[in-house]
Ligand binder design. Structure first.
Ligand SMILES: *[C@@H]1O[C@H](CO)[C@@H](O)[C@H](O)[C@H]1NC(C)=O
Ligand SMILES: *[C@@H]1O[C@H](CO)[C@@H](O)[C@H](O)[C@H]1NC(C)=O
Ligand SMILES: *[C@@H]1O[C@H](CO)[C@@H](O)[C@H](O)[C@H]1NC(C)=O
Ligand SMILES: *[C@@H]1O[C@H](CO)[C@@H](O)[C@H](O)[C@H]1NC(C)=O
Ligand SMILES: *[C@@H]1O[C@H](CO)[C@@H](O)[C@H](O)[C@H]1NC(C)=O
Ligand SMILES: [Zn+2]
Length: 217
């Protein structure tokens, strides 16, 4: 072969070869980028997180969301669509085995009714609350205790100011708000719901610590 022709063949072969290698490289890179994206997506979906904000614009219908019998009023004035309260109720109602509640004050009938319902269904309910708030107006603690729900408090001048609950030793419901009507319909409040073990395990340990240190009341 003529040396110049030989050189041209070499250059062409080299060009085609490197182009092939480059395309393979690009394809691989795209794939691994996809894989990385997919990995981080699945990491996110492995632990779920939800944040609720109060106040609700509309008041969730008791019959529809809480009593569980359904609402049959033809023009019910309360909300049948999702609200922060209805989402919170849904989370609490889905407790299968246990619900540990550690809240400063409980005066909200709706939330107390859910605790009673769960208790009657055989879900183990434990409540830690502030001693001073036992006697507050509208406190639901007596009713809950009368039904046999275990309640513990500490006789201290310091507030038991936590506001969290743990469902089935798995899901943390933590927020700024007292379990009162006002906090739901008036105040600006936030509630964070997560099953991230790194967080829930610490709250479970805190609950257990207080449960052991506090007195039955
Ligand atoms: C990443 O997920 C998309 C769909 O969400 C799928 O089409 C693609 O094949 C996945 N890629 C890898 C590398 O798993
Ligand atoms: C609570 O503590 C106060 C002072 O420390 C004491 O006087 C009171 O008797 C205690 N109450 C109960 C129910 O233990
Ligand atoms: C309970 O209250 C007492 C004071 O009456 C206090 O010394 C103690 O630290 C409190 N326990 C906890 C776990 O907060
Ligand atoms: C729990 O809620 C309180 C009040 O909003 C907040 O200060 C705290 O950071 C929350 N904890 C977690 C782990 O989200
Ligand atoms: C919780 O309730 C107590 C007593 O009603 C009140 O003093 C306190 O401000 C409330 N806290 C929040 C964050 O609403
Ligand atoms: Zn209704």
């Amino acid at each position: 072969m003529h040396p110049t022709l030989k050189g041209a063949v070499y250059v062409t072969a080299l060009f085609i070869g490197s182009e092939i290698i480059y395309q393979i490289y690009r394809k691989y890179k795209r794939k691994s980028k996809h894989r990385k994206e997919n990995e981080s997506k699945s990491r996110l979906s492995k632990s779920s997180l939800q944040v609720l904000f109060f106040p609700d614009k509309d008041v969730a219908c008791r019959d529809y969301f809480i009593s569980g019998d359904g609402c049959f009023k033809s023009n019910c004035q309360f909300s049948h669509s999702k609200t922060s309260l209805s989402e919170l109720c849904k989370h609490m109602m889905s407790s299968q085995r246990s619900l540990d509640v550690c809240v400063f004050v409980i005066t909200c009938r709706d939330l107390a009714d859910i605790l009673l319902k769960l208790h009657r269904r055989g879900v183990k309910i434990r409540i830690i609350t502030d001693k001073g708030m036992l006697h507050t107006d509208g406190s639901q603690i007596w009713t809950l205790q009368k039904e046999g729900i275990a309640v513990r408090t500490n006789n201290s001048s310091f507030f038991m100011h936590h506001k969290f609950a743990i469902k089935d030793q798995q899901v943390l419901i933590n927020g700024s708000f007292n379990w009162t009507r006002q906090a739901i319909t008036g105040n600006q409040e936030n509630v964070l719901i997560t099953d991230d073990l790194a967080v829930t395990s610490q709250f479970m340990a805190e609950f257990q610590k207080l449960w052991e240190h506090f007195d039955t009341s």
